[in-house]
Write a protein that binds this ligand. Structure first.
Ligand code: SER
Length: 320
């Protein structure tokens, strides 16, 4: 993994993953792929090359891969679950036609490919507590449909053509750098922003709704560690359950109150996001990832909360 293309480099995951790869992989060239309207700025723009890389334009992707001799592609282009329900055809176009373009380029040029799956790849019939690695999926959301298809198509390209595809099922990802947009798990990030700004938060997900969540530092480490793992140990590829914490809005609010006692919130449940959340697992079983590539999270809810509050206070210039 030396010459890397990150597609979606200005998004929630990409903005941090691009910088981590540039910092941590010696001698690497990490190309920040973006779409017009979401241009890289600041350190992301200054620290390495950037190219327009719309997944729906296979010819341009092939040009970038050839020009920079790309060997690894992190494909982070996606519409999240709630926005994909509003724009299902666009979600399909980006997530499926886009993936097909990437896999074809990877097949021709010999690239490894990481395309995240999600807790959203599961559905109402999935066992919700201790969700096994290999189990019934059958999601009801367009986001979930595209994520299951992503897993299958990525495995297909591995088995049929030997393309080195690997992936994880990300939980809801929490960070203070770039906000997510249009996801069902976004409430957790929003709650931190409100708490640090001293605002009362209105939560769209109801009490008692448990979902897997993860601090961004753990999620980025998982992606890089899996792409660097010894392939001989991998019995699974697309995609590994990974987990670090599971909570509902009450538990998150209590963790925030341990550090900001004045924080308050109320509920105004959004039926679309609540229905999606109800169909997703409460807690994944991630033993396969632990056994096959030594996955181990480092952040629990309190350590994450300390970093989130400190990071957001710094970002907004707010004194403790
Ligand atoms: N965080 C995503 C969402 O809520 C799930 O992977 O849509």
């Amino acid at each position: 993994m030396k010459n890397i293309l990150v597609i979606g480099s200005t998004g929630q995951i990409g903005s941090e993953l691009t910088m981590k790869l540039r910092r941590e992989i010696p001698g690497s060239t990490v190309v920040a792929g973006y779409i017009p309207g979401a241009e890289p700025k600041g350190i992301l723009l200054e620290s390495g090359p950037a190219e327009i890389a719309d997944v729906r334009d296979g010819a341009t992707l092939a040009g970038i891969v050839a020009r920079y001799r790309i060997d690894t592609i992190y494909n982070l282009a996606a519409l999240l679950s709630a926005v994909a329900e509003r724009k299902p055809l666009l979600a399909w176009d980006i997530q499926m036609n886009g993936l097909l373009n990437i896999l074809e380029v990877a097949r021709e040029k010999g690239c490894a490919v990481f395309t995240p799956s999600s807790i959203g790849s599961f559905g109402p019939e999935t066992p919700h507590d201790g969700t096994p690695q290999d189990t019934i999926q059958r999601p009801r959301s367009m986001y979930g449909v595209t994520k299951v298809a992503t897993e299958l198509l990525s495995d297909y390209y591995f088995h049929k053509y030997g393309v080195d595809t690997r992936s994880v099922r990300f939980p809801g990802l929490i960070s203070y750098v770039t906000p997510p947009g249009g996801g069902t798990t976004d409430y957790s990030v929003e709650m931190y922003y409100a708490a640090v700004k001293g605002e009362v938060y209105t939560c769209p997900i109801g009490a008692g709704t448990f979902m897997d969540m993860m601090y961004m530092a753990d999620a980025l480490r998982a992606a890089v560690q899996l792409m660097e793992a010894d392939p001989a140990r991998l019995r699974h590829r697309n995609a590994f359950n990974i987990a670090s914490m599971s909570f509902d809005p009450e538990i998150l609010a209590a963790a925030i109150r341990r550090q900001i006692p004045s924080f308050t919130f109320k509920y105004d449940v959004d039926p679309v996001r609540q229905a999606i959340a109800n169909s997703w697992p409460d807690r994944l079983d991630d033993r396969c990832a632990r056994e096959e590539w030594d996955w181990a999270p480092q952040f629990d809810i309190d350590r994450m909360t300390t970093e989130m509050i400190a990071g957001l206070r710094k970002k907004f210039g707010i004194q403790a």
